[in-house]
Design a protein around this ligand. Structure first.
Ligand SMILES: Nc1ncnc2c1ncn2[C@@H]1O[C@H](COP(=O)(O)OP(=O)(O)O)[C@@H](O)[C@H]1O
Ligand SMILES: [Mg+2]
Length: 268
């Protein structure tokens, strides 16, 4: 639609979690650093929380891109899996094929794999996204999966990623043992006002915009106010505003266009 008009190669404000668009705000840089540290130092469980659209999945994908050949990883993105489906998904993502689809057979195969990787000093990483949807019982099973600890080393680093409810779920008395094994915790806050403008222009640059797009007075404040600094909401609003400005034939994004875009999104 508006790509040629603004000199863009691709849409800058999609809401998919594409790590090539990663903007390293202080928050996201720290989140990534904590994750990397926790995994390299074999901290066992790691917990990353943040509101919907804060950038959790994007940061995890960026993390995976940074891990080299000495790591094996599985990234489970789906929520709403039963315990058995989850174990099956984990095996599949590690590229494992148990002889039978029974819980015992699958766990045995996973253990075999983990011990084998330990022999080669491979660091095995399991990332569970949307972990706030997992049942307490399933979370406890996950702990048991990782429990084959040798004296010194943990067999697998498990990153639990979720909305703030995850923190509450992990506070359950039934998960005391798991909670005690969380070695790294990080909460991704939304972007502060002064990072909104930088975030927007970073995404425009990645999308191929050479000359930049001008935003009129008050626009960034309004975008920050509407989005609360949540990247996903910034994207939704900016995508609308670029479209509306294109329809008007206007290369500068003005405040009235932002305002109208907010009303449109709110009206839906
Ligand atoms: N640091 C960031 N740099 C670039 N884009 C980001 C960043 N954080 C979030 N986004 C964008 O915001 C949207 C939501 O991010 P996502 O990672 O899916 O959030 P979450 O998993 O926390 O719900 C995606 O389009 C993503 O590309
Ligand atoms: Mg996500």
């Amino acid at each position: 639609m508006y790509l040629d008009f603004f000199g863009l190669r691709e849409y800058p404000f999609n809401v998919t979690s594409d790590p090539s668009f990663l903007y390293l705000s202080e928050q996201h840089r720290e989140a990534l650093a904590y994750l990397q540290y926790g995994i390299e130092a074999r901290k066992g469980f790691l917990e990353i929380t943040g509101e919907i659209g804060a950038g959790k999945t994007t940061v995890c994908k960026a993390l995976l891109a940074k891990l080299d050949g000495s790591f094996r990883s599985a990234f489970i993105l789906h929520s709403d899996l039963s315990e058995l489906q989850l174990i099956e998904a984990i095996l599949e993502d590690f590229g494992l094929n148990p002889p039978r689809r029974s819980k015992i057979a699958m766990i045995r195969e996973l253990n075999r794999f983990l011990l084998e990787e330990l022999k080669h000093h491979t660091n095995v990483v399991l990332i569970l996204d949307e972990a706030q949807t997992l049942k307490i019982k399933t979370l406890e099973t996950i702990r048991l999966l990782s429990n084959l600890e040798t004296d010194k080393e943990k067999l697998m680093q498990i990153v639990l990623v979720g909305q703030p409810e995850l923190r509450k779920k992990l506070a359950s008395p039934k998960l005391t043992q798991l909670r005690q094994r969380i070695g790294v915790r990080y909460h991704i806050n939304s972007l502060p006002a002064d990072e909104v403008e930088k975030y927007i222009h970073h995404r425009l640059r990645v999308a191929g915009c050479r000359t930049g797009i001008e935003f009129g007075e008050g626009c960034y404040q309004r975008i920050h106010h509407y989005s609360g600094g949540v990247p996903r909401l910034i994207n939704l609003l900016c995508d609308r505003a670029l479209l509306a400005s294109f329809v008007k034939g206007c290369h500068t994004i003005e405040l009235d266009v932002i305002e109208r875009s907010v009303n449109e999104i709110e009206g839906e």
